[in-house]
Design a protein around this ligand. Structure first.
Ligand SMILES: C[S@@+](CC[C@H](N)C(=O)[O-])C[C@H]1O[C@@H](n2cnc3c(N)ncnc32)[C@H](O)[C@@H]1O
Length: 395
C-alpha cells in the first residue's frame, strides 16, 4: 500500500467539458497534468499536494490518491487481494468510511455489490488488526475510498476531497436550476477576465456566477470556505501542514482591483436575497453590487468587461416558446447596452440561443450535472468592427 507521503500519481477529476480549464488551473499551481480520461487529469504529488489542490482548484470535483492496485478477476479475488492490505495504517478503527465505485467488469452488473466486497475486505482486515472495525455507509463527509475496477484490476483510491469540491459550502439557498459552483467557476475561467474590469451577471439567480467571479477577482481559494475534506479523516492528518497551506492561501487573497465592479441582478427579489446571503457566506458580499430588476435594466458599468447570463432554457423551467422572446431581448441588451464588453450566455437550448441573433465567436460545451450546455461567447463591438482600428475591446 502506498504511504500517503509517497510521491506518486494524484487523479484530479472535473465535470465534462471543464478539462481544459481545469488543466490550466493545475499548470498555474505548478503541476504538469497528463490526461487520463476526458474528465480526469493525473499529476504527481503526495497527500500534501492533494491538500493544496483541494484548497485551490475551482473547477475540479475530486482529488484522488491511488493507494493500492491489485489483480481482481472475480469478487472473491477482489476480497482476497484487499484483505491483505494494511488498511489499519490509513483508517481509524472507531471511524467511518464509505465506498464509491467506477466498475466495468463482466458479470458485475450492480456496482453496489463490488462496493460491498471492498467494504467487507476492509472491515475484516480492521477486525483482524485492531480488534474492531470502523462503521461504514453512504455518507461522504468522512473517509471516502473509491474503487476503480476495470480489466481485472482493482485500484482503491483515497478520495481526499470527500464531498465533491463543487460543494463549497456557501450556497445554502438556491433558486430553481442553479449552476454547480465548479461549473460557474469554469464559465468564469473560460473568459480572459481575472478581475481587472467589470463583471456583469444579469439573471443571477442564487448568485453562483457572480460569487465565483468575486472569488477569482479577490484571488480567494475556494477551499478556504470549507471546513471538511476527506483527507481530514485518515491517519497522518497533517493538521500543521494544512494550517500552513491555508495561511499561505489567505496571504495571497487581495482586495478587488480599482477598475473591477461586479454586478448581479435578477427580477426575483427572493433570488437576490438568496444570492446576497450566499455571497455573505462566501465572504464576497462587499465585492458584489446586487439589484432587483429586469435583466435589460441592469446598470452596466462602462466597458471593458464581461457580461454573463445563464437564462432559463426550457428543459427544467419555463416554456421554450415564451423564452424565445426573452432570448431575443437578451440579444438586444447585449448589442445595445454592453458595447465594448465580451458577452457570454450559458444555455442548454441551442434553438433558443439562435434567437439571440448574434454570431458566437466561440462555443464551449460544459455540463451542469448531466445536462449538456453551451457557453457562447460574443464580441460586442460598436457598429461594424473596423479590423484596422487597433482597439481590442477585451478586458
Ligand atoms: C437559470 S436561473 C439562473 C441560475 C443561476 N446561474 C444560479 O446559479 O443560481 C435564471 C434566473 O433568471 C431570472 N430571470 C428570469 N427572467 C428574468 C428577467 N426578465 N430579468 C431578470 N431575471 C430574470 C430568474 O428569476 C432566475 O433566477
Amino acid at each position: 500500500m502506498r504511504h500517503l507521503l509517497d510521491n506518486g500519481d494524484l487523479i484530479v477529476t472535473c465535470g465534462r467539458g471543464a478539462a481544459d480549464v481545469c488543466a490550466a488551473e493545475l499548470k498555474e499551481l505548478g503541476f504538469a497534468p497528463r490526461a487520463v480520461e476526458d474528465t480526469a487529469w493525473s499529476v504527481r504529488g503526495t497527500i500534501l499536494d492533494a491538500m493544496r489542490l483541494n484548497l485551490h482548484l475551482r473547477t475540479a470535483q475530486r482529488v484522488l490518491l491511488p493507494m493500492v492496485s491489485v489483480p481482481a478477476r472475480t469478487p472473491d479475488e477482489l476480497h482476497r487481494s484487499l484483505v491483505a492490505e494494511p488498511w489499519e495504517h490509513v483508517l481509524f478503527p472507531d471511524g467511518y468510511f464509505s465506498i464509491t465505485t467506477g466498475v466495468d467488469m463482466p458479470g458485475i452488473r450492480d456496482p453496489r455489490f463490488a462496493a460491498l466486497k471492498v467494504k467487507d475486505a476492509i472491515a475484516d482486515r480492521m477486525v483482524r488488526a485492531c480488534g474492531r472495525r470502523p462503521d461504514s455507509g453512504g455518507e461522504r463527509d468522512r473517509a471516502v475510498l473509491h474503487l476503480h475496477w476495470h480489466d481485472s484490476r482493482a485500484t482503491v483510491l483515497l478520495d481526499t476531497s470527500g464531498e465533491p469540491l463543487s460543494r463549497r459550502g456557501y450556497r445554502l439557498q438556491s433558486g430553481p436550476a442553479p449552476m454547480q459552483e465548479a461549473l460557474a467557476a469554469a464559465c468564469v475561467l473560460a473568459t480572459p477576465w481575472r478581475g481587472e474590469s467589470a463583471f456583469v451577471n444579469p439573471m443571477c439567480g442564487s448568485g453562483t456566477l457572480a460569487i465565483e467571479a468575486a472569488l477569482v477577482a479577490t484571488n480567494r481559494a475556494p477551499g478556504l470556505l470549507r471546513t471538511n475534506f476527506g483527507f481530514m479523516h485518515v491517519k497522518g492528518r497533517h493538521e500543521q501542514e494544512w494550517k500552513r497551506i491555508r495561511r499561505e492561501a489567505e496571504k495571497i487573497a487581495r482586495p478587488l482591483a480599482a477598475g473591477c465592479r461586479i454586478v448581479a441582478t435578477d427580477i426575483n427579489p427572493r433570488a437576490i436575497d438568496a444570492a446576497r446571503a450566499n455571497a455573505e457566506r462566501a465572504g464576497v458580499a462587499e465585492s458584489i453590487a446586487f439589484d432587483v430588476c429586469d435583466f435589460a435594466a441592469t446598470r452596466v458599468p462602462p466597458p471593458p468587461g464581461v457580461v454573463m447570463l445563464n437564462p432559463e432554457y426550457g428543459e427544467r423551467l419555463g416554456d421554450a416558446s415564451k423564452l424565445e422572446s426573452e432570448y431575443r431581448r437578451i440579444g438586444d441588451f447585449l448589442k445595445q447596452k454592453c458595447v465594448g464588453y465580451m458577452g457570454y450566455v450559458f444555455t442548454a437550448n441551442l434553438p433558443l440561443a439562435k434567437r439571440i441573433g448574434l454570431h458566437s465567436k466561440r462555443r464551449m460545451i460544459l455540463y451542469n450535472a448531466n445536462l449538456e450546455g453551451r457557453l457562447l461567447e460574443f464580441e460586442l463591438y460598436s457598429g461594424t468592427r473596423n479590423p484596422g482600428d487597433g482597439k481590442d475591446p477585451r478586458p
